[in-house]
Ligand binder design. Structure first.
Ligand code: NAD
Length: 420
């Protein structure tokens, strides 16, 4: 993660605004977060002391609905980065046409240094500090780097205590017992699976297309299982210690067992390859599902896949992206290929709002339907405007946010008139 993520986001928004011919007043709205809150987060340490760390919650846009975005616990996140992440969330929710905007929250702390009671104290304190700015119809946090189900359960509980009302829809990514949704844990992989199949069909790949997946965590491991079950051949997977390759197709259950027993996929049967070799393996589909910036210019030159589905956030650098486009590689960008998680987060929020519990099958069907419609929309924009898919996604998302801003800003009093 770099400090100029916000600049990168604004640059991408401006490029989309140029393509759409948006007026300056809409660009000005898109450039600034609607709400930006900086808070102190005091928490109780195990030795009875109180420590204070900074926290932020940013709502970039609520033009299409309540802000939506993760909560990150990390020692090195800057305020500008939070703005950038919140901005990209607005685009992501718009690309998949959810009735939501974009937001992001951060607590600048290293959670690995904290005990469980300290983490709970910190999470509850953060929730109290931002309670006036969040809510089921205002801004709905979710998990992100270093936060998960138990943090969301604490946040939902603390918010209900503060407001005196049971409001599980204030956050998503909760446990089932606390009002979470079935299918949330596999949502990102399931969404990416739809992208891989749609891309494979468009490119005329064989049903047993060869897939390489970088990263064997929540997104990557579930995806490997799903695609293998669909008849595709997962010929390479990797984790932070390296990769394993079998041109005939890996036995994914055996790879998962090897990872569980020996902490890495490299203990599984197959040829061991390093990270760079994995990205250059002979395959049809490449899915980066690990790190930001994983594919740089040198790797982009060596990629042999015809289709890349970005399950990870920002796995391809801007320069690498240009090379891939020039080489004719189809890249389905992260705002769509990794959107399964936020889509099922939206379903969780909708279930909470209506006190419903959807079946796993209902969640899966609605997720697939939402992804397919977004893919159709994306390909339509790309072909009518002759754009690569990443630019087309920005045009699609920014266009939808701009239309909502236009529709809501009908008050004839301009900011200049108000100031006079
Ligand atoms: P995770 O922590 O569960 O798994 C990450 C995996 O990447 C691990 O297997 C890790 O060993 C591997 N890895 C780390 N460094 C690597 C390296 N240098 N080379 C190869 N592999 C490496 O994380 P996750 O939840 O699966 O998320 C992965 C990516 O997907 C992230 O970019 C995340 O932002 C994105 N994403 C995840 C979700 C979700 O719901 N899980 C939603 C949207 C986007």
């Amino acid at each position: 993660m770099t400090i100029d993520l916000h600049e990168l986001a604004l640059h991408a928004i401006d490029a989309a605004a140029d393509e759409l011919g948006l007026p300056d007043r809409i660009r000005a709205v898109l450039h600034q977060p609607e709400r930006s809150l900086a808070v102190q987060v005091p928490y109780r340490t195990d030795d009875g002391a109180t420590r204070i760390v900074p926290g932020f919650r940013v709502a970039h846009s609520t033009a299409r609905g309540p802000a939506k975005g993760g909560t990150r616990f990390h020692p090195d996140v800057t305020a500008a980065e939070v703005d950038g992440l919140a901005t990209l969330m607005s685009v992501k929710t718009a690309v998949v046409d959810l009735p939501l905007g974009g937001g992001k929250g951060v607590v600048t702390v290293d959670p690995k240094q904290l005990s469980e009671p300290e983490l709970e104290s910190l999470t509850r304190s953060y929730t109290r500090a931002i309670a006036d700015s969040i809510g089921p119809s205002v801004d709905v946090p979710a998990p992100d780097v270093n936060t998960g189900q138990r943090h969301m359960d604490w946040m939902a509980d603390e918010y209900s205590r503060v407001t005196g009302r049971h409001q599980p829809g204030v956050v998503t990514g909760k446990s089932l017992a606390a009002g979470g949704s079935l299918g949330r844990d596999t949502a990102t992989a399931a969404g990416c699976r739809t992208v891989v199949h749609a891309g494979a069909r468009r490119l005329g790949l064989d049903p047993d297309a060869r897939v390489v997946i970088q990263g064997f965590g929540n997104a990557g491991a579930h995806l490997a299982r799903l695609l293998t079950g669909d008849g595709m051949r997962v010929v390479g997977v990797s984790d932070s210690r390296g990769g394993v390759h079998d041109p005939a197709g890996l036995d994914i259950d055996a790879v998962a067992a090897a990872k569980a027993d020996h902490a890495s996929v490299i203990a599984a049967d197959g040829e061991v390859v390093d990270s760079d070799e994995l990205l250059a393996l002979d395959c049809d589909v490449l899915v980066p599902a690990a790190l930001e910036g994983a594919i740089d210019t040198a790797q982009a030159e060596r990629v042999r896949a015809r289709l890349i589905a970005e399950a990870a956030n920002g796995p391809v650098t801007s320069e690498a992206d240009r090379i891939l486009v020039e080489r004719g590689v189809t890249v389905v960008p992260d705002v769509l290929a990794s959107a399964g998680g936020v889509i099922v987060s939206c379903f969780e929020w909708q279930q909470n709002q209506h006190q419903e519990r959807w079946s796993a099958q209902h969640v899966a069907e609605r997720l697939e339907d939402r992804m397919c419609r977004a893919l159709d929309d994306l390909w339509a924009v790309a072909s009518s405007r002759e754009l690569d898919l990443r630019t087309a996604a920005m045009v699609l998302g920014v266009g939808r946010i701009a239309a909502a801003i236009e529709q809501r800003h009908t008050d004839p009093v301009t900011p200049a008139e108000l100031a006079s």
